[in-house]
Design a protein. Structure first.
Length: 260
């Protein structure tokens, strides 16, 4: 969903088959496993040209970033338009899409809300070192997309679902490899110690919501693809982390939702 700063190596896969969907929501094959190349972008996402704050937008006011204001906004959503490049609502009726859900965890800190993210471990076959929201595929045993997101979040980070107040959701995010990702937004009581799954998660960290909701920290990149054409994507670099792709796209949509 987004990438850490190490440079990606080229891939032989066609450009339209490359996706930054985390490995945990990639489809399982019914056939015996066979060796396959790691899916990586055909370009270095960090090195592509970019413009800051396209459109010259302003930051979301602090008064809209409080727990009560967020509850009110999701309870009575305004008219607004997502602008993340990978959003394609026309695909909503495609029955071939696989369903997944993620949690956008808003940690209730004394000095302001922080968004909790995870960095994937470096040894994973696909998308090693990437940054993403906790979440994954909706399994048959899950009672809902919310149940799936909370289950995956607890498995990946140790966050008990009892500490999460789900207040709403963002528009579905459709990925190039055929996933419909449902982002659930939750307010989180932070009185827990993260216990990352050592196989999947290298680090659990937080980014101030105020930083992410300020478009002066948003970059719009344009990458020339080897097969021709351009790919546009957002990034929101934070310290040593390079947030891009689906994660940045969903955060950009959260910004548009809160500023409307």
């Amino acid at each position: 969903m987004s990438s850490a700063i190490p440079t990606d190596q080229p891939s032989d896969a066609p450009a339209d088959e490359i996706d930054d969907t985390p490995e945990e929501i990639q489809p399982d094959s019914l056939a015996p496993p066979v060796p396959r190349p790691s899916q990586r972008p055909t370009f270095d996402p960090v090195a592509q040209p970019w413009v800051a704050n396209p459109g010259g937008l302003v930051a979301v006011p602090d008064t809209r970033l409080t727990p009560m204001a967020l509850r009110d906004r999701f309870a009575a959503p305004p008219a607004w338009t997502p602008d993340a490049q990978d959003i394609n609502p026309a695909r909503a009726a495609d029955r071939s899409l696989r369903l997944a859900s993620v949690l956008v965890p808003m940690m209730l800190r004394p000095d302001g809300i922080q968004i909790m993210l995870t960095q994937r471990t470096a040894h994973l076959h696909d998308h090693a070192g990437q940054v993403s929201f906790p979440g994954g595929r909706v399994e048959p045993s899950d009672s809902s997309v919310t149940d799936a997101a909370l289950r995956e979040t607890e498995e990946e980070t140790g966050l008990p679902r009892g500490l999460v107040e789900v207040i709403g959701q963002l528009p579905d995010y459709f990925t190039g490899t055929g996933f419909r990702v449902v982002p659930l937004v939750g307010l989180v009581r932070p009185d827990f110690a993260p216990r990352p799954d050592p196989f999947e998660v290298a680090e659990v960290f937080e980014v101030p919501l105020r930083f992410l909701m300020d478009p002066s920290n948003h970059r719009l990149h344009s990458a020339a693809l080897p097969a021709g054409g351009l790919r546009s994507y957002y990034s929101m670099p934070w310290k040593q982390f390079f947030i891009w792709g689906a994660t940045a796209g969903m955060l950009r949509n959260l910004y548009q939702f809160l500023r409307a």
